[in-house]
Every structure is written in C-alpha cells, then in structure tokens.
Design a protein around this ligand. Structure first.
Ligand SMILES: NC(=O)c1ccc[n+]([C@@H]2O[C@H](COP(=O)([O-])OP(=O)(O)OC[C@H]3O[C@@H](n4cnc5c(N)ncnc54)[C@H](OP(=O)(O)O)[C@@H]3O)[C@@H](O)[C@H]2O)c1
Length: 326
C-alpha cells in the first residue's frame, strides 16, 4: 500500500473508517462481523483505523477497534476523536448540521479533554492514541484552548499527534499556532467539495487532510438504491427516496466512466480524491471484506490527466439534490 504523510505522520493512502461498524449507522452489523472487517482492512494494508468515542453507545466502536488490533498494535495508526460523547451532567453547545435532527451537541472544554482521552485509551485498550482529534469545534470554547489541552496530552505521552475535525481555515490556523496540527478531518468526496480556504491553509501549514465519507456515505459506489431500517442516512436529505433516485440518475455518466476504465465507481471516487492533493488520505468504511479490498486497491490507481479532465467536466454537470449537511 502506498503511504502518504500527514504533518509528520506516515499513513497508508487509504485507511479504514470504523463508524460503519456500530449499530444504527448503516443498518445491521454484529461485533463478530465488525471485528472481521477491521482485520480484513489491516490484512489488506489499511492500517490507519479511524474511530470516535461517539460511534455507538458507551465507546462501542473504540472497544471494537481495541479488540481487533490486539496483538497488532504496532502495525496500526489509531485515530480517535472526542467532544460529542459528553459525560453525564456536563453542559454542551449546539452545533447546527443539515441532518433532519438539526444539531449536534458539543463540549470541547479543555478541562474535559484529558478525561475524554483517558476514557478512549481504556476503550481502545492501548496506552497511546496516534492521532487524537477534536471531533467538532465547540462554539462556546476558543479552539486555541482545546488545542492547548491537546498539547498537554502530547507532552504527557497520551497522544502522539493532534487533529481537528470539521473546522474552518481560521480555526485550523488558530489551533496550529498553539501546537502543530498533524491532520484536519473534513468531509471531502466527489459530491462534497472541500472548502477551498481550508485546503489552502492546510497546504500552507503542512497539515494533512483526512477525507471523511470519501464514498459519499456509500452513494458514490453506485450501489445504493434504497435504505433499509435503522440506517442513519434517513436523516440525510440527499438520501430521501426522491432525491436518491434523481441523484443516481444524474450520477450515471460517472458510473459509466468507471466501467470504461475497468474499475468500480467506488475505486474511481477514491482514486479521484487521492489525485486532488498529495497530502490527502481517504478513510472509507465498510462491513464487507470484498468491499474493503476493492477500496484499498484504489490506492494503486493512476488516473490519466485526460481522465481527470473528463471527470472534472462530468462532476461540474452533476447536480446533487438534497443540500449540504454542514
Ligand atoms: N469526522 C467526522 O465528523 C466524520 C463524519 C462521518 C464519517 N467520518 C469517518 O469517515 C469514515 C467513512 O465514512 P462513512 O462510513 O460515513 O462513509 P463512506 O466510507 O463514504 O461510505 C460507507 C458506506 O459505503 C458502503 N461501501 C463501502 N465500500 C463499498 C464498495 N466498495 N461497494 C459498495 N458499497 C461500499 C458501505 O457499505 P458496506 O458496509 O455494505 O460495504 C457503507 O454503507 C467513517 O467511518 C468515520 O471514520 C468522520
């Protein structure tokens, strides 16, 4: 697997996003299937595993990751996040999102950051987190203060690298002035452009970009025709029955391009992303070993400049119904 650098951290160009492995995200999954999926990712070279204390109840996803990497800890870059799984009785602030439920609740106060990290270390059954992100900026806390608390964790050896997720360019710059930020993790895929100012700031500061939902929550694989029960995407306007059908129709030229290249739409989506910047990496999620291997193989694809140009034109014409989430 080709590697890339995020700040000073070397990771595979394509890693593994574990959120899909907790119940109620993309429908049914049990722990045995989930652990097998993580192991399949590691075996295929996807050794950057991304989780969060907020995926699944009571650290469910982190505990899964901890079990799956047991005995292989040294092979893995373990990334997790804090700020949404708020301890009982602690206050929180509203962070508006475009999902049907309207908001997330965040607490990234510095006084809680060590407590969050210690809980994640227990869940992950490890003594250090390789990359620790603030999951969302807290509207009630200057990001410099959250970054200052993260810097103390690095100083004390609980965390190797710090990251920020879902931030603006200004927030990245402010935090980076307190302690070098290794990576920003924001949504970026063929149907969700990354913010141009954030990309410019990351390039200027030498901060890597971890693209979340690089397959557009599965849409870009071209295989999502309808959603089952217990699927989180029912909250996302782009996946309403009407929007999904129209979006699939308008996505057809890009699926056809993948077919002409002899690759899958998922592989085209991931390869396209890796061609956008040399310091971007993708963390697709999947419960299915065959999908995981297919996705990780996209790290080795080189797209011809003519293909990238044709794709750029097709994407410019691809009108997505269902608004934005952030
Ligand atoms: N920082 C944040 O705020 C944030 C937010 C969202 C996500 N994330 C991170 O990003 C990671 C990935 O995002 P995501 O899981 O939301 O979306 P994604 O990777 O864009 O898509 C996952 C979906 O695609 C399907 N899929 C994957 N590969 C496939 C293939 N080759 N063929 C057909 N279907 C395929 C999966 O289903 P199967 O299981 O059936 O393969 C799953 O339903 C998460 O795990 C998480 O680590 C971070």
């Amino acid at each position: 697997m080709k590697t890339r650098t995020l700040g000073g951290l070397q990771v595979p160009a394509i890693g593994f996003g574990a959120m899909v492995l907790s119940p109620g995200v993309y429908g049914e999954v049990d722990d045995a299937r989930a652990e097998a999926a993580i192991k399949a990712a590691l075996d295929a070279g996807g050794t950057h595993v991304d989780t969060s204390d907020a995926y699944g109840p009571d650290g469910h996803n982190e505990r899964l990751v901890g079990r799956a990497i047991k005995g292989r800890r040294d092979e893995v870059v373990v990334a997790t996040k804090f700020g949404l799984a708020i301890p009982e009785g602690e206050p929180s602030r509203s962070y508006p999102v475009g999902y049907a439920f309207g908001e997330l609740r965040v607490n990234a106060e510095p006084r809680l950051v060590r407590r969050y990290a210690e809980r994640s270390l227990r869940n992950l059954d490890t003594d250090v987190i390789d990359l620790y992100y603030a999951h969302y900026p807290d509207p009630g806390v200057p990001i410099e203060e959250t970054a200052g608390a993260l810097a103390e964790l690095v100083r004390d050896g609980l965390v190797r690298h710090i990251g920020l997720s879902n931030v603006t360019a200004a927030q990245l710059r402010a935090a980076h002035a307190v302690h070098p930020v290794t990576a920003v993790q924001n949504e970026w895929s063929m149907w969700r452009p990354v913010d141009a100012d954030l990309l410019a700031a990351a390039r200027e500061l030498g901060v890597g970009i971890v693209a979340w939902s690089p397959l557009g929550n599965g849409f870009l694989t071209g295989t999502v025709q309808a959603l089952g029960e217990g699927d989180f995407r029912h909250n996302a306007p782009r996946f309403s029955a009407e929007n999904l059908a129209g979006n699939n129709d308008r996505y057809a030229p890009i699926r056809a391009l993948a077919t002409r290249l002899g690759i899958t739409p998922a592989q085209l989506a991931l390869a396209w992303l890796l061609h956008q910047d040399e310091h971007v990496v993708a963390i697709p999620g999947s419960r299915t070993p065959a999908h995981i291997e297919e996705n990780l193989a996209a790290a080795d694809l080189t797209l011809h400049p003519d293909t990238l140009a044709r794709l750029g034109e097709a994407l410019a014409r691809f009108e997505v119904s269902g608004g934005t989430l952030l």
